[in-house]
Design a binder for this molecule. Structure first.
Ligand code: IPM
Ligand code: MG
Length: 356
């Protein structure tokens, strides 16, 4: 079993080091770890945020555990050298089209949600975000208008096959959950969304047991704060999914708790190849201070064990150790506590060792 660790920028190295302690505590036989440079750190060392050797390392692995990329120093760089280009490059080069972002309230932490506790308690949703298309990867550029002004432009598109494969992911995920898919688009305005919606309806015919509905993205954003408990699986495109998944993390209380998996079609000896990352970013304002909550990275490791290494039992153990840590009140600053990254990681490891 090969895992590529890509810590990246900001708090990425701290939280992936914590996840690594948890991985070490599992003592998996036959596990080999590689570590590569990515993001601003890689740009400084290799002149590119996604060096060829890092990409090759990711390709050769069964799974990638990713920290975060992003650095204020990158703001002035051309787009292809910005640290964000690294994660976008990995997603497209590795064909990771399906991004799974679960968001559920943690029992006992309802008070952390900006929503009323009775609303927060009911949240248990999964955002299935398309990750290889949309306005993210369309042609883009800058041109001069007839009036002599600079104009930025980006093109948005989805083909039927792109929509079909992510729709299958969502319907299959819903089959293992509460059997509901809400497809989110802007079909009242965008042609991209019209094709999206028509294709999702077509795919739904293969899943008669799943209940499908459709929301425009503005309405979906409103419903997520008004009545988030109504959602099971939210199926959406790259841009809307980016926005709604941050919102989903905020309504459960902390972005520091949410993991994600990005998967494609490639299978490995043990499962499906994937890249796993906390959904929080690099948080440069708190980097290097030992304040970052490593739980999202640790929960990303659990998803990696489950989906890419076929180690369901170990994944469950890690998740229970995290739940115990939260139940014991070992909370980072993001959750209103004072525990350091180190303290939280040590608590998870100790809980893990007492769970068989
Ligand atoms: C995310 C991030 C990325 C995205 C950035 C870092 C490019 O916001 O994973 O949600 O927009 O997809
Ligand atoms: Mg985002």
């Amino acid at each position: 079993m090969k895992i590529a660790l890509l810590p990246g920028d900001g708090i990425g190295p701290e939280v992936t080091a914590a996840a690594r302690q948890v991985l070490d505590a599992l003592a998996l036989p036959g596990l080999v770890l590689f570590e590569g440079d990515v993001g601003m750190a890689a740009y400084h060392r290799h002149g590119h945020p996604l060096p060829a050797e890092t990409l090759a390392m990711a390709r050769a692995a069964d799974a990638v555990l990713f920290g975060a990329v992003g650095d204020p120093q990158g703001d002035s760089l051309p787009r292809e050298h910005r640290p964000e280009a690294a994660i976008l490059g990995l997603r497209s080069e590795l064909g990771l089209f399906a991004n799974l972002r679960p968001a559920a309230g943690w029992p006992g932490l309802e008070d952390l949600s900006p929503l009323r506790p009775e609303l927060a308690r009911g949240i248990d949703l999964l955002v299935v975000r398309e990750l290889n298309g949309d306005v993210y990867f369309g042609a883009k550029g800058e041109r001069i208008t007839e009036a002599g002004e600079r104009e930025g432009w980006d093109s948005m598109s989805y083909s039927e096959s792109e929509v079909r494969r992510i729709a299958h992911t969502a319907f299959e995920a819903a089959g293992k959950r509460r059997g509901r898919v809400t497809s989110v688009d802007k079909a009242n305005v965008l042609e991209t969304s019209r094709i999206w919606r028509e294709t999702v309806i077509e795919v739904a015919r293969d899943y008669p047991e799943i209940r499908l509905d459709h929301l425009y993205v503005d309405n979906a954003a409103m419903q997520m704060v008004r009545a988030p408990g109504q959602f099971d699986v939210i199926l959406t495109g790259n841009l809307f999914g980016d926005i709604l998944s941050d919102q989903a993390s905020a309504v459960v209380g902390s972005i520091g708790l949410l993991p994600s998996a990005s998967m494609g079609e490639r299978t490995t000896e043990f499962g499906t190849f994937g890249l796993y990352e906390p959904i929080h970013g690099s948080a440069p304002d708190i980097a290097g201070q030992g304040k970052a909550n490593p739980l999202a990275a640790i929960l990303s490791l659990a998803m990696l064990l489950r989906h890419s290494l076929g180690r369901e039992t170990d994944a469950g153990r890690v998740e229970r150790a995290v739940a115990q840590t939260l139940a014991d009140g070992v909370l980072g600053a993001d959750l209103g506590g004072e525990a350091s990254t180190e303290t939280i990681a040590a608590a998870v490891v100790s809980n893990l060792l007492s769970i068989s």
